[in-house]
Design a protein around this ligand. Sequence first.
Ligand code: ADP
Ligand code: MG
Length: 347
Amino acid sequence: MNIRKKINLLEQNVINQIAAGEVIEAPHSAVKELVENAIDAESTEIRIEISKGGKELIKVTDNGMGIAAEELRTAFLPHTTSKLRKLEDLEKIESLGFRGEALASIVSVSKVEIYTKTNESEVGVYGVFEEGNLINCKPMGCPNGTTIIIHNLFSKTPARLKYLKSDGVESSKITELITRMALSKINIAFQYVNNNNIMLTTRGDNSIQSVVETIFPRELSSSMIAGKEVDVLNHGEKISITGLIGQPHATRGNRSYQVFFVNNRLVKSNFLSKIFEAAYKDSLMINRYPVGILYFSIPSTLIDVNVHPAKTTVKFFDEKIIADLFTEFVQTNLFQQTNIVTSGLTH
Ligand code: ADP
Ligand code: MG
C-alpha cells in the first residue's frame, strides 16, 4: 500500500546538488565551466591540470581579473553572476557564462579551494568550500588572477560517481574539450597537463595556423586551405565565414576534426556538418569526413545560443542563408583556388 508522504521544501544544498546535475554532469563539464570563466575574466594565460580523468583533481589557473575578496562567498551562490543584470541583456550577451550556476553547482558536489586576486587589491584571498559552504577564508599573497582546485568531484554523490566512465575515457573528453577551446581562443596561451604529462601548449599568438599546427595531426594541418572570407548582408547586418578547410584527400573517419565556432563560441552542429560535407560533393570517399575549423560571425538576432545549459548547441533562425553562405565558402575556396596554407593568416 502506498502511504502518502508529506510535501517538504528541499534543503538548499539538496536543491543545488540536484541542479548541479544539469550543469556539471562529468569532469569535462566542470573543466568547461572553469575555463569559460577564465576566458570571461579576460585571461591571456590559462593552465589546466587534471588527474584521474578529473575525478580526483581539476585545477584551473588563470591570469584574469580575479574575484574581489568581499565577493568570494557571493560568487559561489546559485544564480549569482557579474555578466547579466536584466533579461534584455541576454539578447546581446557576449560572455560565455551568464547563468550564475557553475560555481554553485561545483561546490555542491565537491571540495573546492580557490586563490584569487584582483588587480586593484594588494593581497589576494584563499578560500575553501565544503558542501557548498565557505569553511575557510583568509588573505593570501598570490598573483593576479584565479586558481580553482576541485577535489574529488561527486564524492558526496555516489550515484553520479558511478555513472562516470573510466579515467581514460573521462580524460579524453577533457582533452577534446581543451583542444577545441584552444582552437577557439587563439589569443590565449593554454597549457594542459594530465597526470603530470604536458598534453598541449599553445602560444596565444593569435595565429590560427600556429594553433592548428600544434593541435591537428601533421598530415591534416599540412594540407589545409586558408579560406578566403565570404560574407553577405542580412537586413544591413553582416554574416561572415572564415577559417581553414581540409582538401578532399585529407579526411577522417569521423567528425572529430570538424570544429565550428559561432561568434567565437564553440558549437556542435549536425546541421553545419551536413552542409560542410555536402559542399564537397562527390570529391569525398565513402565514409570519409572533411576536416576544418570554421569561424561564423552571425548577428545575435539570427541565432539562439540559449537552447541548452551547456551551450554547445545553437539554433539558426534562418538556416538557408547560413547553408548557402557556408556552401559558397567551401566551394569557392576548394574548387576555384588552391591557396594552400603557408603562413600568416590571423583571426
Ligand atoms: P557565470 O559564469 O554564469 O556568471 P559562475 O557561477 O560560473 O557564473 O561564476 C559566477 C561569477 O564569479 C562570475 O559571474 C564572475 O563574476 C566570477 N568568476 C568566476 N570565475 C572567475 C574567474 N576565473 N575570474 C574572475 N571572476 C570569476
Ligand atoms: Mg561561468
